[in-house]
Design a protein around this ligand. Structure first.
Ligand SMILES: [Zn+2]
Length: 452
């Protein structure tokens, strides 16, 4: 199967991605319509009837549908067209030239996520070309605005054109990259994302002269108390189904981790100590797990005062709080406020900057089983593990409306994984042609098994 697909698509998918990268969709402003047009024209040539939907002028998403018999639930192949900014001075190639060299396609979006746009488009085209007898519809949506929160892309489509995009199953970005372990690869499937609560706290006081501190009420001192209170919070430890399964699967592939992971699962209340121990041998792994078992709250901005000798009447700070999918952001926010009663709520004001709940999908579905069976056939010694992300993708919009969403962009590492992850939003972002073909063959086979 992979070899046949390789000959068919290697050149074509490389050119497609390279052309797509040349359409600059840096968000802001986005300008995704041009990229949506490019994909629509490509699909129309193969007999599809794609549609472009704009949430605002220039902010286009493209959707199309391959009809099935309706015996099975439909599946959405979701992706986003926008990219983050790139500074050409830092790159060895022009980030928007779509350079192909040494087996790579270079450019902003190659990894996040125009590469997967290409994989999904080619999967759909192959399903049609090979007349795969689909029992359910396969829908493609390449959307605007993910990098700025997705409200003008996936969010807009669900609010205004739900019947055109909503599916019980969704495949999106967020997982799929193989992690090498001593006994073989672990392929991740992103099944959960933490919720976000970004808020600003303003502490108020009474101004005065810096030489007479007791005559004033220092807003910076008040903010210090806020920091102390928030910093000493002891969030509840929760092992979500996703994380439990992840630890079990990783330990299968890496026997060295069996002992610490089983201790961790058996003694959640000692998790900080166990992770401290683990950090001595594998700091990255330990610090990746730690924020996945509890809410985190991090001060990220602070500002107060204008002059050396003036006691300020105002000091403000911004906090980045991330809650587990099982926790409500609204409730967390009121818990934080309650904690600050002693500091004086009348002297504090709060402003929410961004807020949304986390989300989690079960692994007990025929789609997850198809993913596992395809990967195991391809690599008998691999394991598949669900993954919780501390950041977010457009999957949250669909999980909130009841879809099962999997972040699954199958790739094999061509460099150590810590370096690969830096390619996202990083300098010299690139993807191997091999991974474009590999991703397409795995996704095609997954959809074929799930849908026939
Ligand atoms: Zn992305």
């Amino acid at each position: 199967m992979p070899l046949k697909i390789q000959n068919e698509i290697e050149q074509e998918i490389t050119k497609f991605l390279s052309d797509l990268i040349r359409i600059n969709t840096t968000n802001p402003p986005g300008n995704e319509t041009q990229a949506a047009n490019f994909i629509a024209e490509d699909l129309a040539k193969e007999g599809f009837t794609p549609e472009i939907i704009e949430s605002a002028p220039g902010r286009g998403s493209v959707i199309t549908r391959l009809k099935g018999t309706g015996e099975k639930p439909s599946l959405l192949l979701l992706s986003h067209l926008d990219v983050v900014a790139a500074n050409p001075a830092e790159w060895t190639v022009d980030p928007f030239a779509g350079t192909v060299k040494d087996g790579y396609v270079y450019g902003r979006g190659a990894f996040d996520m125009k590469g997967m746009v290409a994989v999904e488009v080619f999967t759909l085209k192959l399903l049609k070309k090979n007349n795969v007898p689909l029992k359910g519809d396969v829908v493609l949506a390449a959307t605007a605005d993910e990098e700025k929160g997705g409200e003008e892309g996936a969010g807009y489509l669900l609010r205004h054109h739900r019947e055109k995009v909503w599916c019980p199953y969704v495949i999106n970005e967020g997982g799929g990259l193989a992690i090498p372990q001593s006994k073989g690869h672990i392929y991740t499937v992103q099944t959960a994302e933490k919720g976000i609560l970004w808020f600003r706290v303003k502490a108020k006081g009474t101004p005065g002269h810096g030489s007479m501190p007791n005559m004033a009420d220092n807003a910076i001192a008040r903010m210090n108390k806020v920091m102390d209170k928030i910093g000493s919070m002891q969030p509840q430890i929760v092992f979500l189904p996703t994380l439990k399964q992840f630890l079990v699967q990783v330990a299968k592939q890496n026997p060295m981790l069996q002992e610490p992971f089983s201790r961790l699962l058996a003694n959640p209340e000692q998790s900080d100590r166990i992770l401290d121990e683990l950090a001595q041998t594998d700091r990255v792994l330990a610090e990746e797990i730690r924020p996945k078992i509890k809410m985190t709250i991090t001060p990220t901005m602070i500002h107060g005062g204008v002059k050396e000798n003036i006691i300020p009447s105002e000091c403000e700070a911004v906090f980045d709080c991330r809650v587990l999918p099982s926790q409500s952001v609204e409730e967390t926010f009121s818990q934080i406020k309650n904690l600050l009663v002693d500091v004086g709520l009348d002297k504090l004001s709060f402003e929410i900057l961004q807020i949304h709940d986390g989300s989690e999908s079960t692994t007990e579905t025929p789609l997850y089983n198809s993913i596992v069976s395809v990967l195991k056939d391809l690599e008998p010694d691999c394991e598949v593990a669900p993954k919780l992300d501390t950041g977010g993708t457009d999957s949250r919009f669909f999980r909130q409306t009841g879809s099962v969403c999997y972040g699954f962009n199958p790739m094999r590492p061509d460099e150590p994984n810590d370096k690969l992850e830096k390619r996202m939003h990083g300098i010299d972002e690139r993807i191997t042609v091999e991974n474009l073909v590999f991703g397409t063959s795995v996704l095609y086979e997954t959809v074929r098994r799930f849908m026939t």
